[in-house]
Design a protein around this ligand. Sequence first.
Ligand SMILES: [Mg+2]
Length: 235
Amino acid sequence: MKKIKLITFDLDDTFWDIEPVIINAERSTRKFLENYIGKQEWGSLSDFLSFRRELIEIDPSLEWDIKGLRRAIYQNKILDSGYSEKDSIELVDKCYKFFLEKRHDVTFYDNVFESIKELSADYSLGVLTNGNADIFNFDIGKYFDFSISSYDVKSNKPDEGHFVAARNKYNNLRYDEIVHIGDHPINDVRGALDIGINAIWFNGMGKEWKEENIKEPLQFKDWSKITRLIKSNYE
Ligand SMILES: [Mg+2]
């Protein structure tokens, strides 16, 4: 039997539903910015995505630096409205701060808090996220030893950066003594399995497992079940 010492968690769509949060954060930040630079044409989602791709082509680090990406998007709007490069910085800072606050306005799924508290009694806990939420902004943060973002490791899951960094937080920790929990079949499940970390799929929507090349992993949809699932499979 494998003995688990560390459990790592994805955040977005694992602890909370991210889509409504981002939509709300994006909308309110646009309004906030328009107070300074007047009404803007923001275009469709596909305009936004192609603009994002253009920015990443110019500066590939924006692929994993979503803070930089978001700031670049706001700065472009601000410069277009006639601000000087120098004057734009302060407003970009304000916008990003405003966005980040809204981005943390999340509703945790039922039983996350209780389960994390329970797990923290027996395991070390950490966060591995491709996003820019900070678990330490929440009360629940006190149960976690660390949080690793894409910015920290200059790559996105499923690349190994987050997983290697997690193991390196401890002396002599082996990959098979870690379980990673996340909603994404590739970024979380395959990323973890590829390096020898155990993976549990948070399947809150009760979806079918569609990755033919990956054996269907342990999964759960209700956070109240996670402690039992881990204890019964790894101890
Ligand atoms: Mg996720």
